[in-house]
Write a protein of this length. Structure first.
Length: 74
């Protein structure tokens, strides 16, 4: 994954992949901080949608590549 994702997506990975992971009372602060560290304002809905879409596309390609390297067995 280190080679497959750009740095800004690596920084925001936990917030994008597991948005419900932090405790509910911490979720907004933790995920907001991760998105801000990736250069995205969590209040900007379009920017959040954009980084989520980019993440989804990159992970889809990365998962396909991993599946191919494993002979389709993952």
């Amino acid at each position: 994954m280190d080679n497959g994702l750009p740095d800004h997506l690596k920084t925001a990975f936990p917030a994008l992949r597991w948005p419900l992971k932090p405790r509910p009372e911490d979720r907004e602060a933790v995920n907001g901080a991760r998105l801000r560290s990736a250069g995205v304002d969590p209040a900007d809905r379009q920017a959040v949608r954009s980084i989520r879409q980019e993440f989804k596309e990159r992970m889809h390609a990365l998962n396909a590549q991993t599946r191919q390297l494993c002979g389709g067995q993952i």
